[in-house]
Design a protein around this ligand. Structure first.
Ligand code: 48H
Length: 263
């Protein structure tokens, strides 16, 4: 077919820039496409919110693809089963109220369900800063990951969002940036990012959910970032806490969005 190349390029450009433009004003921006961020995006989209998830890597999924030491299975505990069943992921029984999932199937399944529910995902996007106005986080400042990797001096674009989630995992990048650049106190014992502790799987899982919260007006944390910010334990390749944290933060963000809509 004559002109096939142009047709393909036009389709992609028109479709992609449509998605980009629709994302300029969001209800929720989720930074980081690990398990907690994807689950949060799923529940927010399911509740009818305009939600965008950004991940700096080519493939979102964070630390879940690789299971443990690249043995590609993960463990989840009983409490997270309702989420796994709702998202229709395959699992099998292990010991003492724990279950095993194939990590590739589970990660692909999470991404599929979140986008099916209506969340938009942009891969290869790095969030390098936030929009910060009148003591509130109000969006994300983004750039292409390759631009940042190359150290090119190229200015970013922004997506306005009424609430923002830091789901960046161990590095808790967004919380650190907000505290450092704006000299503000976060909702932690010290007012800053305390930093992650060594391994205690059971306690780490429990604390992940407890530490999932709004840490600054407009800024929420989930997953490993929640434990990094509040100074709690890592837990190794058990993922129920990440899924439960994602569901909890989506509920908190939903409540915040409802209350903002009333103002
Ligand atoms: C865009 C970014 C940026 C940025 C980071 O680490 P993750 O998998 O996140 P969680 O918290 O949902 O899950 C943690 C889990 O995978 C894990 O590591 C566990 C359970 N560890 C236990 C242990 O003991 O080690 O994913 C975070 C995602 C990644 O995909 C990053 O690429 C992305 O966030 N990301 N994306 N802009 N500034 N920073």
């Amino acid at each position: 077919m004559k002109g096939m190349e142009t047709l393909i390029s036009r389709g992609i450009i028109q479709s992609y820039f449509g998605k980009l433009e629709k994302s300029l004003e969001l209800d929720a921006a989720v930074v980081g496409g690990g398990p907690s961020g994807i689950v949060a995006a799923y529940y927010l989209a399911k509740a009818g919110h305009r939600v965008l998830l950004l991940d700096r890597k080519l493939a979102p999924g964070g630390g879940m693809w690789g299971g443990a030491m690249m043995f590609n299975d993960i463990v989840v505990q009983e409490e997270a089963l309702p989420i796994i069943e709702e998202l229709q992921l395959r699992y099998r029984k292990h010991e003492k109220g724990t279950y095993i999932l194939d990590s590739v199937h589970a990660t692909a399944g999470l991404i599929y369900r979140a986008t099916e529910a209506g969340a938009t995902i942009f891969n290869c996007f790095s969030v390098e800063d936030v929009v910060y106005k009148q003591g509130r986080v109000g969006g994300v400042v983004v750039n292409w990951t390759p631009v940042l990797r190359e150290g090119l001096h190229v200015d970013p674009l922004t997506f306005a969002a009424r609430v923002v989630l830091d789901a960046t995992g161990h590095d808790c990048e967004i919380a650190k940036t907000v505290a450092r650049k704006n000299g503000v106190r976060l909702l932690t014992e010290t007012g800053g990012v305390i930093g992650e502790m060594s391994m205690d799987a059971a306690e780490g899982e429990r604390m992940t959910i407890e530490n999932t919260k709004e840490i600054y007006p407009g800024l929420f944390v989930s997953g490993m970032a929640a434990n990094g910010v509040s100074g709690s334990f890592r837990m190794g390749p058990i993922f129920g806490g990440m899924l439960l944290s994602g569901r909890k933060v989506a509920q908190l963000m939903h409540e915040a969005l409802v209350s903002l809509a009333k103002d």
